[in-house]
Design a binder for this molecule. Structure first.
Ligand code: PMP
Length: 427
């Protein structure tokens, strides 16, 4: 049995100083039980905790670490940049370099803005969409997460006539009543919402690869349908590519599915492990941002030189090594290996690009509502057995796993066998 004594001591101390002991709720292990583990080192595909335990890491900081931990090109980029100053609060050249690199991957983007998180990117994109259309309502989908801004912390009301209800205390109902929450993969619901509110809908926002409530893959036809109906009603289509951007393809889900939104939001991979978010899209929309336009958006550390240096190093490395194909094929082999060993167990495995999800039920899911409550306890068993066996999965049944360029075939083959063994023997 692994010992977690030092982690436990640290967590008890943290509880006295940091609310809930954590700086983001899912880090607290509430969904799987037990106390969080204090990590102190990351190297390639592995992380080590303060008690000396080592794990193959499938959380990868929730997605940004597509090159694994402490990749030499990232460490070098940080060193080279830091000695010249960590922040100026002025314009600097790396902003242009990263913007040009993103545009070379994403021809649907004319202009960009950098911010410091995915939440900020989405907040700004929505404000812009509302200003551009002169409308207030937003359609979002149940199971898609777009950060913790007030308007988007909305749950579905019962029926379309009741609009979104706050899913967090402290969010006024007045704010979420402009947010319509629909099921994914249900064109009839979108049709009905546009029939009722069409002229008031500023934008439809979706994770084109929904990866925050399991991995709820949507069809190209459905995404194209969203494109068509938003065009018809002069609403904007916003793809939240905070997870999928630069991960599934250089051009993210837009390239994967060939459906072109009006605006896109990015985060995670684009910062290579440092805090970066971005949003961008059509010039006629983006030009409404201050200082040229009347939509206010700002940030003291936006486009931070250190963070953008890491983003650029990540994107250049991925491009120079044509890493996306290899990431995708090794993720597929890893998932196929697990699937072939667990075929008669009520678990199914979903993958796209270098993202995978172990869905702890037999039924597949394209909507959040299709995931049964039993997955939670089943996953908690898998999570703790995996941990004991040196495998770090993100601590919730609804979180996906990420594979980096640092995960080797050997790591993955062996881990697929061990995870399948745990599933077959315990689930
Ligand atoms: N959008 C999506 C699709 C996300 O996955 C996340 C974070 N998981 C966010 C927005 C918010 O990003 P951040 O945590 O950087 O604010």
């Amino acid at each position: 049995m692994k010992s977690y004594n030092k982690s436990k001591l640290l967590f008890n101390e943290a509880l006295r100083h940091i609310s809930g002991g954590v700086n983001s709720p899912v880090r607290a292990f509430k969904a799987v039980g037990g106390d969080p583990i204090y990590m102190e080192r990351g190297e390639g595909a592995y992380i080590s905790d303060v008690d000396g335990n080592k794990y193959l890491d499938f959380c990868c900081s929730w997605g940004p670490l597509i090159l694994g931990h402490a990749h030499p090109v990232i460490v070098e980029a940080i060193k080279k940049t830091a000695v010249r100053g960590t922040s100026f609060g002025t314009v600097h050249e790396a902003e242009i370099l990263v913007a040009k690199k993103i545009k070379s991957f994403c021809p649907h983007i004319d202009l960009l803005r950098f911010v410091s998180s995915g939440t900020e990117a989405v907040m700004a994109a929505l404000r812009l969409a509302r200003a551009f259309t002169g409308r207030d309502k937003i359609i979002k989908f149940s199971g898609c997460y777009h950060g913790h801004s007030d308007y988007l912390l909305a749950s579905a009301g019962s029926g379309l006539a009741t609009l979104g209800i706050p899913s967090s205390a402290g969010v006024p109902e007045k704010f979420t009543k402009e947010t319509i929450v629909l099921s994914l993969d249900a064109p009839d619901q979108v049709e009905a919402a546009f029939a009722e509110f069409g002229g008031d809908i500023a934008a439809v926002i979706i994770e084109p690869i929904p990866a925050n409530n399991g991995l709820l893959l949507q069809s190209k036809e459905y995404l194209q349908y969203l494109r068509d109906i938003t065009t018809k009603f002069h609403s904007l289509l916003i793809f939240d590519e905070v997870i999928s951007g630069f991960r599934v393809r250089p051009g993210g889900a837009v390239e994967y599915y060939g459906v072109i939104p009006d605006l896109c939001t990015y985060g995670k991979v684009v910062g290579g492990g440092l805090p970066v978010g971005a949003f961008g899209g059509r010039v006629d929309i983006m030009k409404h941002l201050a200082p040229d336009g009347n939509v206010y958006q700002a940030g003291t550390l936006s486009g931070n030189p250190l963070a953008l240096a890491c983003g650029l190093a990540t994107l250049e490395y991925l491009e120079q090594n044509d890493a996306w194909k290899e990431l995708e094929s090794k993720t597929a082999r890893f998932c196929d290996k697990m699937r072939s060993s667990i075929f008669d167990v009520p678990v199914n495995i979903v993958n796209i690009g270098s993202i995978f999800w172990i869905n702890m039920q037999r039924e597949t899911a394209a909507r959040a509502e299709q995931i049964g409550p039993e997955v939670k306890d089943r996953f908690a068993v898998l999570f703790h057995k995996a941990l004991e066996s040196g495998i770090y999965l993100s601590p919730s049944a609804y979180e996906v796993g990420f594979i980096s360029t640092a995960h080797t075939e050997e790591d993955l083959g062996d881990t697929a066998d061990r995870l399948a063994g745990i599933i077959v023997n315990n689930i």
